[in-house]
Write a protein that binds this ligand. Structure first.
Ligand SMILES: N[C@@H](CCC(=O)N[C@@H](CS)C(=O)NCC(=O)O)C(=O)O
Length: 250
């Protein structure tokens, strides 16, 4: 369940809940939201992603994928945002964010797996529709990132984004196709129940509302998805969302 035996000397002594995260990362927002929904106190280790603070050897020793978020709980490292949600539910079950009903639990797992699978599409669409005016990457930054980050896919993504050529256009087109298919599935699920896994707000909603927020900020066309839009407004109106996502400042 996302547990990682980190060689970093930094994490072992940490007591309580510590989160390595970035203010605008949707994966980080997801975990902050779960922590807020559960009313859990946590210590922030803010990582400036545009400054590539995640590309250091020290951070890659904490999270072997060199991405945020990373949760540390009493010295135990947990990686991957959706695995962190499951870990929090296991260790801090109140208030419950997992349904009792077996069918609803299966629906929750399916929706969460979809949220994990859509991450590369969210990333490409965020960069294309939202970040580009604020985030230019030149050859010097690219070279430093390539030298310092061990994940070749993250490097390839940064190269394609910075070159803005056919490889980038292909990433964006693929992302649009995947997003449309995922939104079709969600629209149809929300025709059956008020929340993504059934009658009550739960981890599937936590996992997806941050993606919906990103799409909304990026002005991704959602007119044809009334169920999804109504669900997003309802989920984003929860006080925890305001604290963890909309109004969160590091
Ligand atoms: N599957 C991972 C994905 C984590 C991920 O991609 N995090 C992004 C921010 S949302 C990141 O750190 N990106 C760094 C980069 O692209 O260089 C999770 O859900 O935690």
């Amino acid at each position: 369940m996302g547990l990682y035996d980190s060689p970093s000397p930094e994490v072992k002594p940490l007591r309580g809940l510590h989160l390595y995260h970035f203010v605008l990362s949707n994966c980080s927002q997801r975990v902050r939201l779960a922590l807020e929904e559960k009313g859990l106190p946590w210590t922030s280790h803010h990582m400036n992603l545009p400054a590539n603070e995640h590309a250091t050897p020290e951070y890659q020793a904490i999270n072997p994928n060199g991405v945020v978020p990373t949760l540390v709980h009493d010295g135990q490292v947990v990686i991957d945002s959706n695995d962190i949600l499951a870990y929090l539910e296991e260790h801090f079950p109140k208030p419950p964010l997992r349904p009792h009903d077996a069918g609803e639990r299966a629906a929750m797992q399916e929706r969460i797996a979809e949220a994990s699978a859509i991450q590369s599409a969210i990333k490409a669409l965020s960069h294309e529709l939202l970040f580009r005016p604020f985030r230019r990457i030149g050859p010097d930054e690219l070279a430093v990132f390539e030298r310092n980050h061990r994940d070749r896919e993250l490097v390839a993504f940064m190269r394609d984004y910075s070159e803005e050529g056919p490889a980038w256009q292909e990433r964006v087109e693929t992302a649009r196709g995947e997003m449309e298919a995922a939104l079709d599935r969600l629209e149809s699920a929300l025709g059956e129940s008020p929340w993504l896994s059934g009658a009550a707000f739960g981890l599937a909603d936590v996992s997806w509302v941050v993606n919906a927020h990103r799409l909304s900020q990026a002005q991704y066309p959602l007119e044809a998805r009334p169920g999804f839009r109504a669900w997003y407004e309802k989920a984003a109106a929860r006080p925890a969302f305001e604290r963890a996502v909309a109004a969160y400042r590091p």
